[in-house]
Ligand binder design. Sequence first.
Ligand SMILES: [Zn+2]
Length: 376
Amino acid sequence: MSDLPWKHIPPWNETGMQVCYNANLIFISCFTGHKPFVDDFMSVFLCKCLFCCLKGPDLIEKANGLHGFMNWKRNLLTDSGGFQMVSLVELSEVTEEGVKFRSPYDGKEILLSPEKSISIQNSLGSDIMMQLDDVVSSTVTGPRVEEAMHRSVRWLDRCIAANKNRDKQNLFAIIQGGLNAELRKACLDEMTKRDVPGFAIGGLSGGEEKDDFWQMVTLSTDHLPREKPRYLMGVGYAVDLVVCVALGCDMFDCVFPTRTARFGSALVPWGTLQVKHKQYAKDFQPIDPDCQCPTCKKHSRAYLHALFKSDTAAMHHITIHNIAYQLTLMRSVRESIVEGRFPEFIRTFMKRLFPSGDQYPSWAVDALASVNVTLD
Ligand SMILES: [Zn+2]
């Protein structure tokens, strides 16, 4: 057991590797032979395979995969298309064979099987591929959750068998089981028998109670192998990122920072700053005076406020800032872990976000207490 006050022992402690893959915004692979950069830029490209089905992965394959197509030298992660079972539930039907989607444009049916998903991801050449899983919303209860969990295990085996590029492309399993501890435990037992390079915790962050959320996260990290990366899917609020690192998660993805930017909301260490508000019309400071991003170096709140009314470029500027905010946050988390002061970092971070301690979300207080991190 760890004698550290949080659950996760950074792997460099155990293996001596000059890399800390804890708390990257997205995992930086040390399995592919790429030199991992602690200060790497965001290295994720979540690809919706469903849309690749429509557009054709052959073109990407001809360009030497997504790395060549995008001229992207660092790591890439592709998603399997499974999440679209939740986001396009009216247009999809799940059978043992796979998931059938009906095109919203011409009504044509597309079958996404585990084999098809892996074949597409092999063509894309990503460093981390996700298995096709049977995803149900975290608010669904009853026998469908159990069915989806067992099917996800069977589909994992089909995905493993279908992977034609095992040396270079790392296939991650996705733990399912909804909010049912027994089912999640059964899924963990079964999937960790497979020798996959990493594990994701799926089926959460879909509108469930935060108490249920962190309990399922901590149950999962308790049973996942320490030496392999743990990727918590769909999580991106600053508090959630910091707390879930303490619970033992290494990787995250979320549309939140970019989506909220399009509504004019800039992420800052003290919460959010809504540039559309009138109070910023004559405010010539940058969004965050301490931020080193191109937006903050160049533009004022007043300029962004004015620009937002007439030009979508304002959304792009705020998007760049929000991504920089998250990368800086995760870099600070990593540094604090490397330097052995993560609990202090959490206390300072929470105090800045919630200046009066009684505003701390109770779930975060409980989750942190479970790994012996107490807040002031
Ligand atoms: Zn900035």
